[in-house]
Ligand binder design. Structure first.
Ligand SMILES: [Ca+2]
Length: 310
C-alpha cells in the first residue's frame, strides 16, 4: 500500500516550511523594530516595517500553535488557537500603541492577522494546497504596502507637485486628526480633483499632508490653492522628522484669507526659521497641517496644487 505523498504524516520529521521560516525571521525584525521605534521614521523605512507585521503575526501564531501541540492539542486546534491568541495579543498591542502615539493601528492589526492566517494554512493543509493559499493571503496583506511604495515612487516623479489630488493613491498621505478628509471633484474647473476637510468645532481642527516629498532644499516657496467657506485666518504648520510635538519646534504661519479661492505662497526661508531653537531640517520635511483656530461651527476648507516653487 502506498501513501499519498501530499498527506502529512505525524511520523514525518518536523521541519518548518521555508515560507514560515522567512515569516518568523521577518517577525523577529518587526518585534525588534517595535521595541526600538525610530521617531518619525522616513516612509521608505516604515514600509518594510509595515510588511514585517505579516511576519509578526505568522511567527507568533506558529509559536503558540507549536506550544499548544506539545500539550497534546490537535494540529488543527493548535493552529487556530495560535491564530486567535496572536491576533488578540497583537491587536491589544496596537490599541496600547494608539493610546501613546498616532500610528496606523488597524492596518497593522489586519497585517498581523493575515500573517497568522498564512501560518494556519501552512500548518493544517497539505503543502501543495497550503503554499498558494498562504501566498495569496500574504499578497493581500502586502497590498497596502505595495500601494504606499508606488505612491512614494510617484512623489519623486511628480516633483515639484507635492499633491494635486489627481490620483486616488495620494489620499494615503492625507489625514485629519479631528475632522474628515476626502478627495472630491474640483469645484472651480481648474483641475479634476481637490481635497476637502470637514472640520468640526474645536480648538484647532485641521487636515494634514503627512510624509510629503521630504527634500525642500533649493526651492523658493511652498505654494497651494485653498478655498475657505468664509473669511478667516488659515493656520499652516510645517514639521520635520525631528519635530518634538511642541508648538515652538515647528513652522507656524497665519494667513488672513477671504471666502473663496486664494493662492498662498510661504517662503521656504521662513519655514526654515520656524522652530525657535534650531533651523527646520529642509532635507527631511515630514508634514504640513492646515487648520482653523477655535471654530464654533462645522467648517470646510478645500486644498489643491500643494507644490514647491522656484
Ligand atoms: Ca487637483
Amino acid at each position: 500500500m502506498s501513501d499519498d505523498v501530499d498527506t502529512p504524516s505525524p511520523a514525518e520529521p518536523e521541519r518548518r516550511p521555508l515560507p514560515v521560516r522567512v515569516l518568523v525571521a521577518a517577525g523577529i525584525v518587526a518585534a525588534i523594530g517595535l521595541l526600538f521605534p525610530l521617531p518619525r521614521a522616513h516612509r521608505a523605512w516604515g514600509l518594510p516595517m509595515d510588511l514585517a507585521h505579516l511576519g509578526l503575526g505568522a511567527g507568533l501564531t506558529w509559536l503558540v500553535a507549536r506550544f499548544a501541540e506539545r500539550f497534546g492539542v490537535s494540529r488543527l486546534r493548535a493552529a487556530w488557537t495560535g491564530w486567535v491568541a496572536s491576533t488578540l495579543f497583537l491587536g491589544a498591542f496596537e490599541i496600547a500603541q494608539q493610546l501613546t502615539a498616532r500610528s496606523p493601528g488597524l492596518e497593522d492589526a489586519v497585517a498581523n492577522a493575515l500573517g497568522g492566517l498564512a501560518t494556519v494554512l501552512v500548518l493544517v493543509l497539505p503543502r501543495r494546497r497550503a503554499l498558494p493559499l498562504a501566498a495569496l493571503v500574504l499578497a493581500v496583506g502586502a497590498a497596502p504596502v505595495a500601494l504606499a511604495g508606488l505612491d512614494l515612487y510617484r512623489q519623486g516623479r511628480d516633483l515639484p507637485m507635492l499633491s494635486d489630488l489627481e490620483t486616488r493613491l495620494e489620499m494615503l498621505r492625507w489625514g485629519s486628526s479631528e475632522g474628515h478628509v476626502a478627495r472630491v471633484p474640483s469645484t472651480d474647473g481648474r483641475s479634476g480633483y481637490e481635497v476637502e476637510g470637514v472640520l468640526p468645532p474645536g480648538r484647532w481642527p485641521g487636515i494634514s499632508l503627512i510624509h510629503p516629498y521630504p527634500d525642500w532644499r533649493g526651492w523658493r516657496a511652498l505654494a497651494f490653492r485653498v478655498h475657505m467657506d468664509q473669511a478667516d485666518a488659515l493656520q499652516v504648520l510645517v514639521v520635520d522628522r525631528e519635530h518634538d510635538e511642541t508648538y515652538g519646534d515647528r513652522f507656524n504661519g497665519s494667513y488672513d484669507l477671504p471666502a473663496g479661492w486664494s493662492e498662498v505662497e510661504i517662503p521656504i526661508d521662513a519655514i526654515a526659521r520656524g522652530p525657535k531653537t534650531r533651523p527646520l531640517d529642509l532635507e527631511r520635511v515630514d508634514g504640513i497641517t492646515w487648520f482653523l483656530l477655535g471654530p464654533t461651527q462645522e467648517r470646510r476648507i478645500r486644498l489643491d496644487d500643494v507644490r514647491l516653487v522656484k
